[in-house]
Design a protein around this ligand. Structure first.
Ligand code: T5A
Length: 230
């Protein structure tokens, strides 16, 4: 018989010892900002310092998360309501946090995720107009773990959409209008301004080499602060 996961039956959260816990880094930004491209650089930079890295993404990162991703990005799913979309991305995230992120961090591995909760504030909050308190409640419930560092790749909306569009087929969210993505960008920038200790803003409108150099500088500074030997 299938059982329903209740708070009593749910496995205990993996306790992370702050002294040995890995670090959690997220890459954020609008469409075509260069996050996926940058992921490889981040892995190399961390590996060069002997850090064991797990690369992942949202929505995604687990079999359930990848299935949700396919649904959320499917252009054929025209009728998805804003509330449904919010719950879907958080359903994927709940699984991602419990199945991958928390255990990896507790084991001392570093986790680098292409998007995390800031994307929900930006897309479902800014883009779709879902109330911030609702997003915050879901975050507190299923994704209380906070990134140690978030790199925000910021660039004008038109430039990002042109890059994303040059790849060909448009997904369900990329098909939104420019005003939607302006709201997404505005929320990202507000969040970065509100949490300067966690966020580093990178000008992603520059040529790729300059974006990579800026990201490398920020990562090196973070690694030095974290006491990781060069
Ligand atoms: N979403 C996600 C939500 O709505 N809520 C949520 O909670 C979460 C987690 C996920 C979608 O889901 C939404 C947001 C997204 O719409 P995604 O694939 O993560 O999809 O997001 P996208 O932004 O669509 O991914 P993209 O692949 O479009 O953007 P990237 O990863 O930022 O960009 P990248 O690296 O693929 O680069 C795009 C193109 O630009 C070129 C690259 O070569 C590539 O061709 N490029 C550059 N060209 C010139 N100069 C540079 N500096 C360049 N950087 C990259």
């Amino acid at each position: 018989m299938t059982t329903i996961d209740s708070p009593d039956r749910a496995p205990a959260r993996v306790a992370a010892d702050p002294a040995t816990r890995g670090r959690f880094i997220t890459l954020e930004g609008g469409e075509g900002a260069g996050k996926s491209t940058l992921l490889a650089l981040v892995r190399e930079r961390l590996a060069a310092r002997g850090i064991d890295v797990v690369l992942t993404r949202e929505p995604g990162g687990t079999p359930l998360g990848e299935a949700v991703r396919a649904l959320v990005l499917d252009p054929a799913q025209r009728g998805i309501r804003a509330e449904s979309e919010l719950l879907l991305v958080f359903a994927a995230r709940a699984q991602h946090v419990r199945e991958l992120i928390e255990p990896a961090l507790a084991a001392g591995r570093w986790v680098v995720s292409d998007r995390y909760t800031d994307a929900s504030y930006a897309y479902q909050g800014g883009g779709r107009g879902q109330p911030i308190e609702r997003i915050a409640a879901l975050e507190a419930w299923v994704a209380p773990i906070r990134p140690d560092l978030s790199l925000l790749l910021d660039l004008p909306v038109a430039q990002g959409l042109a890059r994303a569009g040059a790849r060909g087929a448009t997904d369900r969210i990329e098909a939104e209008d420019a005003a939607f993505f302006e709201r997404v960008r505005a929320v990202y920038r507000e969040r970065a301004a509100a949490e300067p200790g966690r966020f580093r803003i990178i000008d992603a409108s520059q040529p790729l080499a300059a974006v990579c150099a800026a990201a490398a500088t920020q990562l090196d500074a973070f690694l030095d602060l974290a006491g990781v030997a060069a």
